[in-house]
Design a protein. Sequence first.
Length: 408
Amino acid sequence: MTFLAPRSDFPLLADTPTLHYLDSAATAQKPRVVLDALQQFYERDNANPHRGAYELSARATERYHDARATIATFIGATDADCTLFVRGTTEAMNLIAYGWGDAHIGAGDAIVVTAMDHHASFVTFQQLAKRTGAEFRIAELTDDGRIDMTSLRSMLDSRVKLISFPHVSNALGTINPVTEIVALAHAVGAVVVCDGAQAVPHLAVDVEALGVDFYAFSGHKVGGPMGIGVLWGRRALLESMSPWQFGGDMIEIVGDQVTTFNTLPHRFEAGTPNAADAVGLAVACDYLTALGMDRVRAHEVELTALLLDGLQLLDGIRIFGPMHAQERSGVVSFAFEDVHAHDLATILDEHGVCVRAGHHCAQPLMRRLGVPATARASVWVHTTPDDLHALMTALQHAKSLFADVALR
Ligand code: PLP
């Protein structure tokens, strides 16, 4: 195995051969085809979709419409109108909270999240609970970084109206048992929100087969542009929801005192849509489809096994999350007792190695792990064993530097 996707597919990587980009979990590098698609949209198809009666506007509308269909197919959604464009996973969670939560959750109800939820869902649903007077429950984790199913089961009763969890943890790499959780949640009548931000770039996702009620992801982690993402929801749920933002395009008839609202998906897409970025995201999905999501997964399992093996050779390291590559994604967090993650990341940067250091927008999780921060390396389609080798060399250098400082 050398690579799945050549560096030459990614202009930023092609232009900086010494860079070892191991931070795809934060944001992915963009394939050239995505950048070309953005430029082409603005050069050839740019007009305000749904607005003009002229041919150019019709073309922009068609490109936007086709992008939605491509992305819906990519995530297994047969009803493209239930695939809403949002700014990203964060906005998707807020849309659910304000659009569904405020109308359906009240005092006496309960909301369940997990200790591995990203702040995008954790804080959003915590604040929903605060607004509505609902109880906020947090399912705990096992020592090896999985959702503790005993803890989760103990929290599910008829008061629970909504449960949120990540398909894949951004800080632990754990791949959660979605269908099992869905079955438990639906048995008590709860609506299931699944955060797919760390899943869609790496696994073949079929939202309908998963059985969830809402599924969200961010385009920029899939190789698409920043500022575009998707919320997929079941039609019946979306149709029962009030719009959460108002303005152009989302209306049907505006009376002086009363307004009626457009059908899906426009009802939830107020104002001029982010058409160019939607087109870019569709091209990113096509890029991954051409690589083959099964091959993407196989490539990442192989690299993750190498990464875990390499890290385990380092003295004093703590690796978080499941230890078998088959059971996790290629997001690997680790910490050394004697070195702060930020210091480590700064030294790695001197070796051209980019990793994330921090709390990964998962402070409740960090508290449970008993660390202020971790370093996190993550792999994607362009990652090679050479990138991982560079990481290991840089880590060994960093360790020796810190050992010298400790001796002084
Ligand atoms: N959920 C998970 C699991 C993530 O990894 C991220 C991004 O780091 C988010 C949500 C938030 O995504 P965005 O900042 O693109 O809205």
